[in-house]
Design a protein around this ligand. Structure first.
Ligand code: FAD
Length: 453
């Protein structure tokens, strides 16, 4: 059995490690265009900000480690074509320039995603950079050394983390987004306002509701960002406006969403019987709606990569789907979200009802006690939980992992009100704030006995 894997960051590395274990007789070959595997992009802003000093800590595997498992590692090899009928791939050795063909019995597509670069005039100027892989992280560090004013375009979690890193490094920072607020895909407005106020109090300029029209430069280097509202003088621009699945190789050959994300079933099988796919190149089952969604996260990638390996020969283990659970630490604030926010529900045309509570994370008699804001979103007809968001200076983000399980298992807000959580004054209150969200929902929208409905 010949297994080809294209791409080896999170999904690919997870798939390969499991395959080496599960199918020791198989001939596994990895094609990876980079010279490294398993780079943790999640540490990129920490690396740029100097919190992570040794970049080797950002890798949890290596080509040598995968080789030692019996895998053939074709590093710095770019796959240029896949012939799904004859089951061959064409790859180019990027060092020698030589192109060759190889056959496979099973193909695992883990080609991930690439940052979106909108066709804006001047985008090719030097010092307009992307933030995804290890080489790009090093370029950002190198180019930001002499930069006084850094502009970040895109106020998702990557843009926001970079803003903090640059501000802490003493740069003047501007954050641009076409939306009216930061982090609008992850948190509702009452949460993002707290982060925006924090940013502004530190002198960070927020250019919300602004879209970049043009980059202006001289001697090939960017000098100004021109938006529909303003002109911003700058020495360095980081583009963080989202990701596009890297799936051109299979275009027209397997089913995809409109954005090019490969559709896989719960066993990671594509519409082609011998091709499985995992990670950022795929759409994933989104439990709050039951449909496919594009949620490029390392968490989804490692799970899907593992499942692609387990289900390679026969379907044995189903994917339970995702809630798109994510967390963020910005300055002193810890925040996390899972499932639908009110904003995302509106965009998806899903009718929801939300309940917000404000509490303290532990009793007032403790030396410190931090405010917590929690918002839970439900389906008002079934009362099932569809989403939750939390923010606090205390790290209560694990509560959102609990809420993720609640969504995955179809728990109602009423069951949440009386779920058993421990109490210990160091950590929390006798009524856990998750219980309190359930109680608040029952206060606002009392449960009716079925015979009176
Ligand atoms: C700055 C940043 C911060 C992030 N923080 C978090 C976080 O905190 N938590 C979280 O869960 N997620 C985070 N993510 C998202 C996470 O990094 C991605 O979801 C994850 O990298 C996806 O892994 P993947 O293996 O599916 O794809 P990718 O990481 O995109 O890897 C795909 C691999 O395929 C290779 N490849 C592609 N095409 C070819 C080809 N034709 N031939 C050969 N090789 C090919 C690429 O070189 C690459 O190595 C972050 C992302 C970024 C950029």
């Amino acid at each position: 059995m010949k297994i080809a894997v294209i791409g080896s960051t999170h999904a690919g590395t997870a798939a390969v490690k499991n395959m080496a274990d599960l199918y020791p007789e198989a001939e596994v070959t990895v094609y990876e265009r980079n010279d490294n595997v398993s780079f943790l992009s999640c540490g990129l802003a920490l690396y740029v900000g100097g919190v992570v000093e040794d970049p080797q800590g950002l890798f949890y595997s290596s080509p040598e480690q995968l080789k030692s498992l019996g895998v053939t590692m074709k590093m710095q090899h770019d796959v240029e074509n896949i012939d799904t009928i004859n089951k061959t791939i064409t790859a180019k050795n990027l060092v020698t320039g030589k192109t060759f063909e190889d056959s496979y019995d099973k193909l695992v597509m883990t080609t991930g995603s690439w940052p979106v670069t909108p066709p804006i005039e001047g985008i090719d100027l030097e010092n307009i950079l992307l933030a995804k892989n290890y080489n790009q992280a090093n370029t950002i560090i190198e180019r930001s050394k002499d930069a006084r004013h850094v502009t970040v375009v895109g106020a998702g979690y990557i843009g926001v983390e970079l803003v903090e890193a640059f501000e802490k490094a003493g740069k003047k920072v501007t954050l641009i987004d076409g939306a009216d607020r930061i982090l609008n895909k992850y948190l509702d407005q009452e949460f993002t306002t707290l982060v925006e106020e924090d940013f502004q109090s530190r002198g960070i300029t927020l250019a919300m509701n602004e879209t970049v029209q043009r980059f202006y430069g001289a001697d090939g280097r960017v000098q100004k960002v021109i938006t529909n509202e303003s002109e911003i003088e700058t020495d360095l621009v980081i583009m963080c406006v989202g990701f596009r699945p890297s799936t051109d190789l299979l275009k027209g050959k397997v089913d995809m969403l409109d954005n090019g994300a490969i559709k896989v079933d719960e066993y990671m099988r594509t519409s082609h019987p011998d091709i499985l796919a995992a990670g950022d190149c795929c759409a994933v089952k989104y439990n709050p709606t039951g449909g496919h969604a594009y949620i490029p996260l390392a968490t989804n990638a490692v799970r899907m990569g593992t499942l692609a390996a387990r289900n390679l020969m026969e379907p044995v283990q189903k994917h339970v789907g995702t809630q798109g659970t994510s967390g963020l630490h910005i300055y002193d604030l810890n925040m996390a979200s899972t499932g639908l926010t009110e904003t995302s529900a509106k965009l998806l045309d899903v009718h929801v009802k939300s309940f917000t509570i404000e509490d303290f994370h532990r009793p007032g008699f403790m030396p410190t006690s931090e405010k917590v804001m929690l918002k839970v979103t439900i389906n008002p007809e079934t009362r099932e939980i569809l989403g939750a968001q939390v923010i606090s200076k205390a790290d209560v983000t694990q509560s959102i992992n609990t809420m993720s399980v609640c969504i995955q298992t179809g728990m109602t807000i009423d069951e949440l009100a009386y779920t058993d959580f421990f109490f210990q004054p160091h950590f929390n209150q006798p009524w856990n704030f998750l219980n309190k969200a359930g109680l608040e929902a029952q206060r606002q929208e009392p449960v009716r006995s079925p015979q009176f409905v």
